[in-house]
Design a protein around this ligand. Structure first.
Ligand SMILES: [Zn+2]
Ligand SMILES: [Zn+2]
Length: 625
């Protein structure tokens, strides 16, 4: 068989190239024009190591999957371009992993990029029991792409989003079309990321027979045996190769390479992640029931949500359905996709909306150079006709109905140096100052918030993900817990939100509540006859608690130390006279990866959870004092 396939790709840090030898033997030759020192390790199908030298042919003498790991030396950050030649019964492939990896987030860099010029082609064996193929690529909007199905019909790809950043996806239904597909895209002039989310091998050369996928059939239950929505992630040699967000009562099917993989199952920060090592033969199947243990104990009447997520209708990287699945797998009770309401409603976002269970709600981020604001639960576009904030507020009020109450939130204002200088829309606290009807504000700096609370402004603080990529920043990675009481629907949730009956937390996760003379967060406490307040703070965390701070009128008035414990309950009697009281929690975060938006002011503050204020009634006497 002639040397027929040559493809370049770029490795940073360490990249894995697989070679499948279906029956007999073959060879691969890897060349590089780079000066960077790169080491290669080769693992044979039986797990033993083989030697290889640059520019020499590597004989692949046994059938099965060979694994070549290329590691660039530490002192060089330069990307390295490889050329791969394969001959005989040898079929190289890569699995670049899921996610769009948007360029504007400081999150893990992809290790594999394609560097083909002109048109790029790969081959993927689509299994019978797969329903959707999600092709992701860093290509310009107008790039042509198509797939050729096993019956040789061709389907054009329609890339989304059709605006904004260069990360794009195209989804193609696969049911009834199993077999070898070829994927084609117009390649940009730079090395570019190209992947299939579902983690199927992308072959650089078309093999002569079907690929011997192994399968993992995985389910998640809670400790009582009840089936749960969950995220299932598959790692190979420490690298994420695929994930699925699956609804309860639907087994998750993972199509994996023969050999050793690690499956990780999760259901938000409230449950411990479970990991299993799985070893599979070619064509083998493993049934894997996983039980998830609760590690954060929530109280009745509270629901959690995320108020700022983007889909591919704007500059996010996924369909609304993928976002809904991710939000449910993360254990959220509600979420807003904040692109534009009409396309989201036309798409059928309402399908996943059921009062008492889960709410998938439309919203909109209105963005000008000077300000970003999120409209929550709008059913029609706001702000198209006017750039006046006063008009937006009015339009949001007009749209509000008892069935679909609306609200508007000021996004990411910051007077923190670093953020402030970057874009005018970070310097947007003036919006809250000029519009006293504004109640909700997200992802801000504490000092500016405290200053306004001290002036008596009841600004409710939220922590949102502003997610554009569910792989690395899933909905609810930062989340708001809202107290709705016995009934959970759009009305009770929005009411609680606007009253500030909520606290915020982020991974690795903490529960944090506060009462003052039995008034809860968002309510107003009345001092007792002696003018005293009994403050009770309750914190539970998934990591050892370092400290919990009690804040009154912006000043830290007490600090309790967790001393390595996961729970902390503290009580203190305070003299009244302040306007408001709130709490913040800090934990030992060693072992937790930093993620996108780490420069965002609330993240930079270091706390893991914070409450909205309990307001304190101020009588004549205390005001005088
Ligand atoms: Zn924004
Ligand atoms: Zn946004």
């Amino acid at each position: 068989m002639p040397a027929e396939s040559m493809l370049h790709f770029t490795g940073r840090e360490s990249a894995t190239l697989f070679v499948w030898v279906p029956e007999t033997e073959g060879s691969v030759k890897i060349e590089t024009n780079s000066e960077t020192h790169v080491t290669q390790t080769v693992q044979k199908p039986n797990g033993e190591e083989a030697d290889v030298l640059w520019g020499r042919s590597l004989k692949l003498t046994a059938p099965g999957i060979w694994e070549i790991t290329l590691t660039a030396s530490d002192d060089s950050a330069d990307p390295v371009t490889f050329t791969i030649h394969a001959e005989g019964d040898a079929y190289p492939f890569v699995i670049p992993g899921p996610g769009i990896v948007p360029s504007h987030f400081p999150i893990p860099k992809p290790t594999l990029l394609f560097a083909t010029k002109g048109e790029a082609t790969v081959w993927v064996d689509v299994p019978e029991d797969l329903s959707l193929l999600t092709i992701g690529a860093w290509v310009p909007v107008q790039s042509k792409g198509f797939v050729q199905l096993p019956d040789e019909t061709q389907l054009q790809l329609s890339w989304k989003p059709d605006q904004g950043s260069s990360s794009r996806v195209a989804e193609v239904e696969t049911q009834g079309r199993s077999g070898w597909w070829s994927l084609h895209t117009e390649a940009p002039s730079n090395p570019f990321r190209w992947t299939v989310w579902e983690g199927l091998p992308m072959f650089l050369r078309r093999p002569p027979k079907r690929f011997p996928y192994a399968r993992i059939l995985c389910t998640a239950t809670d400790e009582e045996g009840k089936s749960m929505d969950a995220r299932f992630r598959l790692f190979r040699n420490g690298k994420l190769t695929m994930f699925r967000d699956e609804f309860a009562n639907t087994p998750c099917i993972l199509h994996v390479l023969p050999g050793i993989s690690v499956v990780q199952v999760s259901h938000g920060m409230e449950f411990e992640r479970a990991s299993e090592v799985v070893s599979l033969a070619q064509g083998g199947t493993k049934v894997l029931p996983i039980c998830l243990r609760r590690i954060l104990h929530t109280e009745p009447g509270w629901v959690c949500g995320d108020h700022h997520i983007h889909s591919y209708f704007e500059d996010g990287g996924e369909s609304p359905e993928k976002i809904v699945r991710a939000a449910r797998a993360e254990g959220l009770d509600y979420m807003f996709i904040t692109d534009e309401p009409e396309p989201l409603l036309d798409y059928g976002l309402d399908r996943w909306c059921e009062a008492g269970k889960f709410l998938a709600l439309p919203g909109q981020e209105i963005a000008t150079e000077k300000v970003h604001m999120n409209v929550l639960n709008a059913r029609r576009s706001v702000g198209k006709a006017s750039s006046e904030i006063g008009d937006w507020l009015k339009e949001v009020r007009t749209q509000s109905t008892p069935e679909h109450p609306t609200a508007i939130m000021l996004n990411h204002p910051s007077h923190m140096s670093g953020a402030e200088e970057r874009y005018a829309y970070f310097r947007s606290w003036w919006v809250a100052d000029e519009h006293d009807q504004l109640v909700l504000v997200e992802n801000y700096d504490f000092p500016s918030w405290f200053e306004r609370l001290n002036q008596g402004r009841k600004l409710v603080g939220l922590w949102t993900t502003d997610g554009h990529d569910i792989t690395f920043l899933p909905p609810g990675k930062k989340r708001t817990y809202v107290f709705v009481g016995d009934e959970f629907d759009e009305r009770t949730m929005m009411e609680a939100l606007l009253q500030g009956r909520c606290f915020n937390t982020r991974y690795p996760g903490a529960w944090l509540t506060l009462t003052v003379n039995e008034a809860m967060i968002g309510e107003t406490a009345r001092p007792d006859e002696e003018g005293m307040l009994m403050v009770v703070v309750n914190c539970e965390a998934t990591q050892p608690i370092e400290s919990v701070e009690l804040i009154a009128d912006g000043q830290v008035v007490d600090v309790w130390h967790g001393e390595g414990s996961l729970r902390l309950t503290a009580k203190i009697r305070l003299q009244s006279g302040m306007r408001w009281v709130s709490a913040r929690a800090f934990v030992d975060e060693r072992g937790w990866e930093a993620d996108g938006h780490s420069m965002e002011p609330l993240m930079a503050s270091g706390c893991i959870a914070f409450t909205n204020p309990v307001w304190v009634e101020r009588d004549q006497a205390s005001t005088v004092r």
